[in-house]
Each structure stands twice: as structure tokens, then as C-alpha cells.
Design a protein around this ligand. Sequence first.
Ligand SMILES: [Zn+2]
Length: 177
Amino acid sequence: MDEHFLLLYPKNPAWAPASLAPLLDALKAIGFLGAERGAALYSAGADYLGLVTYLGCSPQIALGDNEAATTIRVAGIFETPQFVQGANLKPPRCPRCRKPLKKPVVSLAASDELQCSHCGHAACACAFDWRHSACCARVRIEISNVFESEAVPGETLAACLEQASGEVWDYCYVRRG
Ligand SMILES: [Zn+2]
């Protein structure tokens, strides 16, 4: 069965914290992270629904500690940026001319170079705009049970991430089969 995730990640692929502790503490303090289920794996916290904005009119959200409920995993710190993509990967836009490229047929690594077929601009995969369908980062937060475009991080959560890290964060959706 496919699994659907909302991923949060710092926009700067090269950035990583010295330790995850300040980030985890800040996310616990606002009620985003709940009970710890395992290594860096948490249940959704008490204020989760005030921090993640669900866009549908009647989303099915299972919270709490049971097995099927939404979990939040903090992945990292990785030595180098990790390019994360799923079955829902979209054709990226060129960072220079903004035109769409063909969708890559193979799984990409962060250091793989892509060349724009319109303007010739060449850059690593991380530099392209994947339109919220992939990310490139040394640390990321994975929220399970979120379908593509079903929910976005709210302002309070975005501000908390920015304050705890000194970095602007972005989000994407990944579907894993
Ligand atoms: Zn281009």
C-alpha cells in the first residue's frame, strides 16, 4: 500500500544543525511533537491540528498513539544533502528560465546534474524547482498519512522552524509505494 507524506525541510540544502535537540525541543514546546514512539519518531502532539493546515472540508485524520495514526519522524542529520523523491515526482522547473523540463526517469541523487533543454543552464538536482514533489536537505521532518496537497505547514509551525534553525523552511509531498 502506498504511503503518503508531507515533508518539511530547510530551503538551504547545505544547512544542518549541530544537533537535533534545539529543534526537537522547540517542536515539543509548541505541541507539534507528542509521545516518542521510537528513535526520532513521534506521535502528533496535542496542538498538531493547529499547526498543520488541512485544506479539504472533511479530512480523515487519525491522531493519537495507535498504530495507524499519523506519525512525525525527524530524519537526519545527514553528512551531505539527500534528494528525496517519490512516485509523485513532477517535472522540475529550470531555476534560470523557469520553463519545465522532462521528468527524470531515474532516481536522482543530490549531486546529479541536470541540464535545461530550453536555455542550457546546468546545475545539480537540488537547484531545480520540483514544485513541492521532492526535497534536498540534510535534515527533514516527515509527517505520515498526508496526501498530496492535502495539508500545508501553518504560520506558527513555519515560524517555529525558522526561529529554532535560523533558516527558512519549505515543504513537499512524497508518495512511497
Ligand atoms: Zn532553463
